[in-house]
Design a protein around this ligand. Structure first.
Ligand code: NAD
Ligand code: ZN
Ligand code: ZN
Length: 347
């Protein structure tokens, strides 16, 4: 089959790779119908930190073609979406939908290591399907289902862990696909204002259309602008959805005394010089999370079905899998109004 493979930093190729094999009696194989590129893939794309030869992708939906004898919740022929992050599938956190805190240390994103081939491919093997695969409800659009594999759960957790109270002010640092999901999920908790920070004009405009107040970080430091917009106070809740050192520091600086900073951007820095004095003197609460994706589905699936989110427009570019190298370049450049690229393995 064909798959998008990371050949080196900045070098994605579509190559012939072996077909997936059933990953044990609890696993399934799906033919991939749609798959998306994520900001997390860009971390790999920039520096290939986990090596080359990786079959990329952790956001995929498709049809089950083979199911192991122990699988109970899905059958061949079912249209399914896959959790972008999986674990051992048997421990208490995994059974509760939180493979990010897998008790057996087996938590991992699909398509990030050589051992766990990803979904930007024609077919995908998923272990422990009962824990990590969900039948797609009738009537749910492909884009909605793909959003549920990672970005919507991540945005939701960013918002749900930010202590947002009715009438309060939220700041969101970073308006990529994850920030845009966080913005829409923040609204579920009833804030009066959402300040949306980025430096890409189309992304700021999109946030404004979704009811937020855009803050262009190119014009002045984000924290300065957030303070100016809040009579010097800052935002009670801040969601960081970038993953850079600078954006973590910005998020801390935007927070009001007693506020909460909820981090979902992937940042693997081990020695970040940190303004501990600001955190301490302002009595801030800091949270960070790798998304426990299946655990969010009971809340998010009905919300998606009720039309609560604007999801289809998130996928600004639709391309065939054969154009994955170009799709990565485009998404990385943030040009042409791109927010998210949806790939079709048939193309
Ligand atoms: N926690 C999780 O489980 C999880 C899941 C999915 C994605 N992520 C992470 O979320 C982050 C965002 O993902 P994405 O797909 O939206 O990526 P993206 O790269 O498309 O978006 C990042 C956005 O941040 C903006 N930005 C950069 N520096 C900034 C700054 N200092 N201030 C304000 N904005 C700034 C960029 O212009 C861009 O619009 C990534 O780090 C990704 O790895 C985490
Ligand atoms: Zn992702
Ligand atoms: Zn586990």
């Amino acid at each position: 089959m064909r798959a998008a493979v990371l050949a080196g930093p900045g070098d994605v190729r579509v190559e012939q790779v072996p077909d997936p094999v059933l990953p044990g009696p609890s696993g399934v194989i799906i033919t991939v119908a749609r798959t998306a590129i994520c900001g997390s893939d860009l971390h790999l794309y920039h520096s290939a930190p986990t090596g080359t030869g990786i079959q990329l992708g952790h956001e995929a939906i498709g049809t089950v073609v083979e199911a192991g004898p122990d699988v109970r919740t899905v059958r061949p022929g079912d249209r399914v979406l896959v959790s972008g992050f999986i674990g051992c599938g048997t421990c208490r956190p995994c059974l509760a939908g939180q493979p990010n805190v897998c008790g057996n240390g087996a938590g991992a994103a699909l398509g990030t290591t050589l051992d766990l081939p990803g979904g930007q491919s024609e077919a995908l093997a998923v272990p422990f399907a009962d824990s990590f695969v969900l039948p797609i409800p009738d009537g749910m659009a492909d884009e909605e289902a793909v959003a549920l594999t990672d970005i919507l759960p991540t945005g939701y957790l960013g918002a749900a862990r930010a202590d947002i109270r009715p009438g309060s002010t939220v700041a969101i640092v970073g308006l990529g696909p994850v920030g845009i999901m966080a913005l829409q999920c923040a609204r579920l908790f009833g804030p009066a204002r959402i300040l949306a920070i980025d430096m890409v004009p189309e992304r700021l405009a999109r946030a404004e259309r979704l009811g937020a107040e855009p803050i262009d970080a190119r014009q002045a430091p984000a924290a300065e602008q957030v303070r100016a917009a809040t009579a010097g106070k800052g935002a009670e809740s801040v969601i960081e959805a970038v993953g850079a050192d600078a954006s973590v520091l910005d998020a801390v600086s935007c927070a009001a005394p007693g506020g909460t900073v909820s981090i979902v951007g992937v940042n693997l820095t081990m020695t970040l010089p940190f303004p501990m004095g600001v955190v301490f003197l302002n009595s801030l609460t800091l949270r960070a999370v790798v998304a426990g994706i299946p655990g969010t589905w009971p809340a998010l699936v009905p919300l998606v079905q009720s039309g609560r989110f604007t999801l289809a427009e998130t996928f600004t570019h639709h391309m065939g899998l054969s154009r994955a190298p170009e799709a990565y370049q485009l998404f990385d450049s943030r040009g042409d109004g791109v927010l998210k690229v949806l790939l079709d393995p048939n193309g």
